[in-house]
Ligand binder design. Sequence first.
Ligand SMILES: [Zn+2]
Length: 450
Amino acid sequence: MRAALFLALAGATLVGAPRAQAWSNHALVSFWAFRAAPDVAAAPPVAVEPLESFLKDQEPAIESLLAAQETWARAHIATYPPRPDALAFRADPARDDAARRKAFVEALRIAANTKFALYAQRQPGDAQDADRVLKFSDVATLPEPPLAFYRFYRLNVGEQVAPLAVVASASAEPDFGTDINCWEDSPSEWGPRYKFGRLPFGNPAVNITTQAPFHMGFFHQSWIVYKAAPFVARTYPLLRIHQFFGLADLAFRTGHPYWGWRFAGNALHYVQDLTQPYHASLLPGASTPRMVWTNVMAVLGFPRAKNDLIVLVSNRHFALERYQVQVVHEATRQDAKSPALVALQESARDAAYPAWSDFYARDVTAKEAAGFGDRLNDALLAAAPAHYVSDPAFDFGASGGHVDLMRILDEGPAARRAALDAAIAELLGHFGAHSRNLVKGLGPARTAQR
Ligand SMILES: [Zn+2]
């Protein structure tokens, strides 16, 4: 059909270059989500161990697990590019730690330079130990984003650490480089070998954009969008959640609770990203007919409306993220009873959702977030000055650097800000409930641990 072909051509340039990172600093938000959750906050301390010792101890079990995960992904993720058999993890007790670790990251198809540093983020109330301070570059392979309030410290092998610190810290980790440059057109040594195909959207030369298809899930668009732009369906957060959840389950069952909590935190990250409407729908606030129309105009040689729309949605994404991190950070400093922190801890809402499953993040989390896009968009437009959210001549990603959105909104009408604060509190409520529900899903493994 000619119209379908036309739309497919139009769709190829529909998505811009998402560079934002959903929720800034997942660790602080996770801290509040679990602070009052007994299965995490009251769980006994665990001994820190390097990744290599878990891999060496459980090599045959990891081989079976990763093989089963590959079978699952091929069967259940419609757009899944099969992993080349040469990358499968095979037990080999004779190899050294470095070779085993390399085989592990390649079997997961995550960035080969992922650090897996032994670290935690300083949580509210933690004393600062100057001897243990780590730089962003000690745990991440990416540049440090502005105003994310990261504070890392080193963990020593064998020391006892609270599960809350491990799981909350690890929930920020996938934004530190795990999913960078894993595509065939990525400028990395590993990307071309992983056979994930070409980067579905965004610019392959901008490394932060290459993580987006793992941290976003456009599962609930109109059918016409997938028809026009099949690449929209090539997002893989369910893969990452399945991988890290399974590893957490195995680590708990086999007496490696530090890695149980750590991998649980990694899995959490992707679920938490999908609570964010800008990660769960293509263009929140823009209707399908408007998307299609601006695209058609672009193909006819009038790209302005489409380019403007992409910049506006990107600016709103950045503005939301900036304001949210400031809200959580300020509330942590000054007011533990703020609506944002109360909503994050409100465990009464957890049971309103179905129990954890392989598809929970798609069918529950992302669905809820996609449905919340219009309300969030309206609240953001009402509260924030037009310059930051309605002016396509301003590019928040390029020029938003250190914009203090909280101070700017403080100077505006309080009633307008109240609607945005309520929308953010609601989203943080979703964030808390879905995070706790994932950890509940790991309950049987935690009670079965050796
Ligand atoms: Zn992310």
